[in-house]
Design a protein around this ligand. Structure first.
Ligand code: COA
Length: 532
């Protein structure tokens, strides 16, 4: 039998405590998600509705097949910055006429839907996802263009948005723009670079320069309609392929465009899969509030994979990292999960071997993070921890099967890299509210700074102020702690979202389904030099 057993005592005090801590964090995340959904707030939402317009999320909902899910990405973008949570853009993956598409929708209730630096990051990330997974892109456009006060941050890098659209097209990936309102200046290149363009009557405004600018530039008198209306673009300039009489008609026509894309997936639907043997609800009570206490990731695996069935690879070797094979919603996955926090040489070598096996078999990999990093100390350095960690990082970097990462708990130091952190291009990376990620733990970092400062003072022959040192350590600890939290990291687009642990199986299933739109082909060789 390879069905995992469980030692989780759901009636015990420890479980209750962990569950309560997780629910509290989930409450905090939910409050931030609600801000993104509220967009620009009541005043701007009411004004938008009075104009007879649909909200960004309503547009997305009507575009999708009825009763199908929408995997929203980066909903906390911009969190902790001067800009609204969500960054005036909705992005995600949804099903249109049976085709999984990457959808973006400007939120015109937030500063006219203008793009700030976080909007740009979020939009570029969406394009990256479309590219890697060969998902058609549908852009629901209504934006005031660049957020003018922050133009210095976005004007120059923002050009990549239009480059991405044409490169997607060149790669044969379909792009569709539906214009509901303002799409001027640079924004005009969204329809300009898309394969298929739909514009809404008397609403779309697609011009390089509006009437005031034209008047200034050439003295010509003009109006919005003759410069960039849907009717003009459909009848005269030819920029619009389809003329929609209203928003609903535009969404209907967008669905028809997708229906005709002839976009089959590289790998078909694997069919129904057995649910896990254990209740997903129990995922709330596994991760300790204080990440210093270890937890068994098999308790998590048992609650996310089909039939809780897990064939563990090398269970007796490098036991601080669990590796093994499973299926998730019918898709095969190789799982690497930190079991005791620290990665030693054996764990690193085992990971490198396992990653190569997954590549030989074309099996996607799932990384479940709870690591404090690679082991330090004389014994381990002499044992070659650097070269063994490097083997693991080499394998992760040059692996070509799709990677999925979930930060469950700690994800510190180079352990974050070896476990396929953000910079290692996992196809998707999500965090649980319990996750923390930084170069090292706050106390360690503060301690290191203090030792360095003390040594520096000693070298200069200066006295060291111990009282000031304690204050500094406390301050640094607090700063690092807040910068390690998932909402902070999600705000900076270092993940694709903070998810409820109970949704992990569903979210990963949606990701696995979406990524199988593209062929899954592992690397056969092509790794760097493995130091033995
Ligand atoms: N940068 C920064 N803020 C912007 C903005 C932009 N590009 N576009 C709009 N806003 C702000 C407005 O100042 C306004 O803020 P306020 O409510 O605090 O006064 C808020 O967003 C809503 O804009 P408003 O003009 O009231 O909304 P609208 O729906 O009637 O019109 C636009 C929206 C986008 C058509 C209009 O604001 C506009 O033309 N903006 C400038 C467009 C532009 O030239 N962009 C540069 C292109 S690169």
């Amino acid at each position: 039998m390879t069905v995992l057993g469980s030692a989780l005592d759901t009636a015990g005090a420890e479980y209750a405590e962990r569950r309560a801590a997780m629910l509290e964090k989930l409450g905090e995340v939910a409050a931030e998600h609600a801000k993104a959904v509220a967009g620009g707030g009541e005043k701007y939402v009411d004004r938008h509705r009075k104009r007879g317009k649909l909200l960004a999320r309503e547009r997305v909902e009507l575009l999708l097949d009825p009763d199908t899910p929408f995997l929203e990405l980066s909903p906390l973008a911009g969190w902790g910055s001067d800009y609204a949570v969500g960054a005036s853009l909705v992005t995600g993956i949804g099903v249109i006429e049976g085709v999984e598409c990457l959808i973006t929708a400007n939120d015109p209730t937030v500063r006219g839907g203008a793009s700030n630096p976080w909007t740009l990051k979020k939009a570029l990330r969406a394009n990256e996802i479309a590219f890697a997974n060969r998902l058609p892109v549908v852009s629901l456009v209504e934006s005031g263009g660049a957020d003018l006060p922050s133009q210095k941050e976005i004007f120059i890098p923002g050009g990549a948005l239009f480059k991405d659209l044409t490169r997607l097209s060149a790669a044969g990936i379909p792009t569709v723009a539906v214009v509901f309102g303002n799409s001027t200046a640079g924004g005009a290149y969204v329809p300009g670079m898309s394969d298929h363009v739909i514009m809404v009557k008397e609403r779309a405004k697609v011009f390089l320069g509006g009437p005031p600018l034209v008047k200034m530039a050439t003295g010509e008198e003009s109006d919005d309609e003759s410069l960039g209306g849907a009717e003009m673009h459909a009848r005269t300039s030819g920029l619009a392929d389809y003329f929609a009489v209203d928003e609903l008609d535009a969404l209907r026509q967008a669905r028809r465009v997708v229906a005709r894309l002839n976009w089959p997936k590289a790998h078909g639907d694997p069919g129904p899969a057995a649910p896990p043997e254990y209740d997903a609800e129990e995922l709330l009570g596994i991760v300790p509030g204080d990440l210093k206490a270890p937890f068994d990731p098999r308790e998590v695996i048992a609650r996310i994979v089909d039939g809780s069935d897990f064939d563990e690879f090398k269970p007796l070797y490098g036991a601080s990292l669990a590796t093994g094979w499973a299926e998730l919603h019918g898709y095969p996955v190789g799982i690497l999960a930190n079991a005791q926090g620290v990665l030693f040489s054996a764990e690193s070598q085992k990971a490198a071997q396992f990653i190569q096996l997954a590549n030989q078999r074309d099996v996607p990999l799932l990384f479940l993070h709870n690591t404090t990093g690679y082991m330090v100390g004389k014994e381990y350095e002499q044992g070659g921890i650097i070269k063994h960690g490097a083997m693991m990082i080499n394998a992760v970097s040059n692996s070509r099967v799709p990677h999925l990462s979930v930060l469950m708990g700690a994800s510190y130091g180079a352990g974050h890299y070896g476990m396929c952190g953000r910079a290692y291009d996992p196809r998707f990376l999500f965090a649980w509210p319990s996750a923390k990620s930084a170069v090292m733990g706050p106390q360690q970092l503060a301690g290191v700074l203090s030792i360095v400062a003390r040594a520096s003072a000693a070298a200069k022959g200066q006295p060291y102020d111990d009282e000031a040192d304690a204050g500094l350590r406390a301050m640094v600890e607090q700063q690092i702690e807040s910068e390690s939290l998932p909402m902070f990291l999600s705000g900076r687009l270092y993940d694709d979202g903070v998810i409820d642990p109970r949704d992990t199986r569903t979210v990963l299933g949606l990701c696995l389904s979406a990524l199988h739109t593209a062929p899954v082909e592992g690397a056969r060789g092509g790794f760097g030099v493995f130091r033995m």
